[in-house]
Design a protein around this ligand. Structure first.
Ligand code: SF4
Ligand code: SF4
Length: 94
Protein backbone atom coordinates (compact mmCIF):
# COMPACT_ATOMS: atom_id res chain seq x y z
CA UNK A 1 0.00 0.00 0.00
CA UNK A 2 0.95 3.58 -0.36
CA UNK A 3 0.74 5.65 2.79
CA UNK A 4 -1.48 8.67 3.41
CA UNK A 5 -1.43 11.66 5.74
CA UNK A 6 -4.51 12.30 7.86
CA UNK A 7 -5.96 15.68 8.87
CA UNK A 8 -4.20 15.41 12.22
CA UNK A 9 -1.09 16.70 10.41
CA UNK A 10 0.26 19.92 11.92
CA UNK A 11 2.49 20.83 8.94
CA UNK A 12 5.66 20.43 10.97
CA UNK A 13 7.67 19.80 7.77
CA UNK A 14 9.66 16.94 9.29
CA UNK A 15 8.57 14.16 6.97
CA UNK A 16 8.94 15.84 3.58
CA UNK A 17 12.77 15.86 3.38
CA UNK A 18 12.98 12.26 4.62
CA UNK A 19 11.12 10.78 1.66
CA UNK A 20 13.52 9.08 -0.77
CA UNK A 21 10.94 9.26 -3.56
CA UNK A 22 9.92 12.92 -3.17
CA UNK A 23 6.37 11.67 -2.69
CA UNK A 24 5.48 14.12 0.09
CA UNK A 25 4.40 17.65 -0.69
CA UNK A 26 2.52 20.51 0.93
CA UNK A 27 -1.06 20.38 -0.31
CA UNK A 28 -3.80 22.96 -0.01
CA UNK A 29 -3.99 22.64 3.78
CA UNK A 30 -1.71 19.89 5.00
CA UNK A 31 1.09 17.72 3.72
CA UNK A 32 0.02 15.02 1.30
CA UNK A 33 1.53 11.90 -0.27
CA UNK A 34 1.50 11.19 -3.98
CA UNK A 35 0.55 7.49 -3.95
CA UNK A 36 2.12 6.97 -7.36
CA UNK A 37 5.50 7.82 -5.85
CA UNK A 38 5.21 6.15 -2.43
CA UNK A 39 6.82 2.71 -2.26
CA UNK A 40 6.49 2.46 1.54
CA UNK A 41 10.23 3.12 1.24
CA UNK A 42 10.71 -0.30 -0.38
CA UNK A 43 14.02 -0.27 -2.23
CA UNK A 44 15.49 2.42 0.02
CA UNK A 45 14.88 1.59 3.67
CA UNK A 46 13.55 -1.21 5.86
CA UNK A 47 10.84 1.00 7.36
CA UNK A 48 8.78 3.93 6.05
CA UNK A 49 10.90 6.95 6.91
CA UNK A 50 8.00 9.39 7.18
CA UNK A 51 6.32 7.19 9.79
CA UNK A 52 9.56 7.03 11.77
CA UNK A 53 9.81 10.81 12.12
CA UNK A 54 6.19 11.98 12.33
CA UNK A 55 5.49 13.26 15.87
CA UNK A 56 1.74 12.87 15.42
CA UNK A 57 1.71 9.29 14.10
CA UNK A 58 -0.71 10.49 11.43
CA UNK A 59 0.66 8.55 8.43
CA UNK A 60 -1.26 5.29 8.11
CA UNK A 61 -1.46 3.00 5.11
CA UNK A 62 -4.00 4.07 2.51
CA UNK A 63 -6.68 1.36 2.32
CA UNK A 64 -7.57 2.58 -1.17
CA UNK A 65 -4.07 1.78 -2.41
CA UNK A 66 -3.50 -1.86 -1.60
CA UNK A 67 -0.20 -2.91 -3.15
CA UNK A 68 1.84 -6.05 -2.61
CA UNK A 69 5.58 -6.02 -1.96
CA UNK A 70 6.35 -7.06 -5.57
CA UNK A 71 4.22 -4.20 -6.87
CA UNK A 72 6.10 -1.80 -4.59
CA UNK A 73 9.42 -3.16 -5.88
CA UNK A 74 8.25 -2.64 -9.45
CA UNK A 75 7.18 0.90 -8.59
CA UNK A 76 10.64 1.47 -7.12
CA UNK A 77 12.22 0.21 -10.38
CA UNK A 78 10.01 2.49 -12.47
CA UNK A 79 10.74 5.54 -10.32
CA UNK A 80 14.49 5.07 -10.09
CA UNK A 81 15.34 3.23 -13.29
CA UNK A 82 17.25 0.78 -11.13
CA UNK A 83 16.90 -2.95 -11.81
CA UNK A 84 15.17 -5.22 -9.34
CA UNK A 85 16.45 -8.76 -9.12
CA UNK A 86 13.81 -11.36 -10.05
CA UNK A 87 14.56 -13.23 -6.85
CA UNK A 88 13.67 -10.09 -4.89
CA UNK A 89 10.24 -10.12 -6.46
CA UNK A 90 9.97 -13.80 -5.61
CA UNK A 91 11.10 -13.26 -2.02
CA UNK A 92 8.68 -10.39 -1.64
CA UNK A 93 5.82 -12.68 -2.60
CA UNK A 94 6.61 -15.21 0.13
S1 SF4 B 1 6.65 5.63 3.11
FE1 SF4 B 1 8.63 6.28 2.28
S2 SF4 B 1 8.21 6.56 0.08
FE2 SF4 B 1 6.20 6.59 1.11
S3 SF4 B 1 5.82 8.75 1.57
FE3 SF4 B 1 6.78 7.85 3.39
S4 SF4 B 1 8.97 8.33 3.16
FE4 SF4 B 1 8.00 8.57 1.12
S1 SF4 C 1 5.73 14.70 10.07
FE1 SF4 C 1 3.54 14.26 10.43
S2 SF4 C 1 2.72 16.15 11.34
FE2 SF4 C 1 4.70 16.67 10.41
S3 SF4 C 1 4.18 17.39 8.32
FE3 SF4 C 1 4.61 15.18 8.18
S4 SF4 C 1 2.60 14.19 8.41
FE4 SF4 C 1 2.38 16.29 9.13
Amino acid sequence: MALMITDECINCDVCEPECPNQAIYLGAEIYEINPDKCTECVGHFEEPQCVQVCPLACIPVDPKRVETKPVLWLKFAQLTGRPVAPEMLFIAQH
